[in-house]
Design a protein around this ligand. Structure first.
Ligand SMILES: C[S@@+](CC[C@H](N)C(=O)[O-])C[C@H]1O[C@@H](n2cnc3c(N)ncnc32)[C@H](O)[C@@H]1O
Length: 264
C-alpha cells in the first residue's frame, strides 16, 4: 500500500510534465496547423494562459515562435522558465491569474488545451478570462481551447488514466468523477498520482473542481464576449482534416476562437 499524501500534482511540475508532457506531438502539430489555417495574420508570437510547465510552449519556442504565458502556480512557472533558459530561450513566463491580467504586446495565437478553462468556477470568471484574452491576442489571431463538455444525452465519461516512465521514474495518474451537480455546474474529481522511483514510492491524492459546460452553455458564453467568434470546432483526435459538428453526445472538443477585427 502506497503512502498517501494530500497534495496537488501541480506542485510537482516534474511529475506533471512527465505524465502529461509525454504525448505532446499530436497537439503540437495540430496547433501549428490550426494557426496556419485559422489565424488571419502570420503567427510568430504564441501565448498560453494557465501554461503550467509549458510542455507545449517550450517546444513552440524551440521551433522559433516567440512564446509567453502565465500560471497561478509559482512552482510550475519556475519549472517552465528554468527549462526555457536551459535551451537558451528567454524566460517569459510569469505568475498570474488568467482572469485578471494584461500583456505588453498581444500574441498572434493563444491556446489552452486540456481543460484548464474549466478551473474557472463561475460565469463571471470565465467571461473575465475571455475578456483578458481579447487583450492578449491581436485582431485576426486565434485562441484554441480544448475541454470536455457535459453531454446532454448518454453517459459522460467518468474515468481517465495516464501514465509515463522516464528512466527509473514512473508516474501513473487516475482521474475519477466523484460528483456532478448540473444545477451548480460543478463536477468534482478525485485525482491520484502514483509516483515510483528507486528510492521512494508515494501517492498524491487531491480533489479538483471543474465547472461544467454543455455545448449550448459554452457557445452562449463565447457569444457573450463579442471580441470572439468561433472559427471552427475539432475534437481531441486533433485532425485538422476532420472538423466536428457538435452533437448532444459530444464530449472532448477543441474550439478555435478568432479575435474579430477592431471596429473602425
Ligand atoms: C491541467 S493544468 C494545464 C497546464 C498546461 N496548460 C498544459 O496543457 O499542460 C491546469 C493549470 O491551470 C493553472 N490554473 C488554474 N487556475 C488558474 C488561474 N485562475 N490562472 C492561471 N492559472 C491557473 C494551474 O496552476 C495548472 O498549472
Amino acid at each position: 500500500m502506497l503512502e498517501t499524501r494530500a497534495g496537488t500534482l501541480y506542485d510537482y511540475p516534474g511529475y506533471y510534465d512527465l505524465v502529461f508532457g509525454s504525448d505532446w506531438k499530436s497537439e503540437f502539430d495540430f496547433l501549428r496547423a490550426c494557426f496556419a489555417r485559422h489565424a488571419q495574420r502570420p503567427v510568430r508570437h504564441v501565448f498560453e494562459p494557465a501554461c503550467g510547465t509549458g510542455r507545449l510552449l517550450y517546444r513552440l519556442a524551440r521551433a522559433g515562435y516567440r512564446a509567453s504565458g502565465l500560471d497561478l502556480n509559482a512552482r510550475a512557472v519556475k519549472y517552465c522558465n528554468d527549462r526555457l533558459r536551459r535551451y537558451g530561450l528567454p524566460a517569459t513566463i510569469r505568475v498570474g491569474d488568467m482572469t485578471d491580467f494584461r500583456v505588453r504586446s498581444p500574441a498572434d495565437a493563444a491556446f489552452n488545451m486540456i481543460n484548464s478553462f474549466r478551473h474557472l468556477q463561475s460565469q463571471g470568471e470565465a467571461r473575465a478570462h475571455l475578456q483578458c484574452m481579447s487583450g492578449a491576442v491581436a485582431p485576426g489571431g486565434v485562441y484554441v481551447i480544448g475541454l470536455h463538455l457535459t453531454p446532454t444525452v448518454g453517459r459522460a465519461m467518468e474515468e481517465e488514466t495516464w501514465s509515463a516512465r522516464r528512466g527509473h521514474l514512473c508516474v501513473a495518474t487516475h482521474l475519477r468523477t466523484i460528483s456532478r451537480d448540473p444545477r451548480r455546474r460543478l463536477e468534482r474529481f478525485r485525482m491520484t498520482c502514483d509516483v515510483y522511483t528507486p528510492r521512494r514510492c508515494f501517492r498524491l491524492a487531491e480533489e479538483i473542481d471543474f465547472r461544467t459546460y454543455t455545448a449550448p452553455q459554452f457557445l452562449s458564453l463565447v457569444r457573450s464576449v463579442p471580441a470572439w467568434e468561433i472559427a471552427e470546432t475539432y475534437d481531441f483526435a486533433y485532425r485538422l482534416d476532420r472538423p466536428v459538428q457538435l452533437q448532444p453526445d459530444t464530449e472532448d472538443v477543441v474550439f478555435v476562437l478568432r479575435k474579430r477585427p477592431a471596429k473602425s
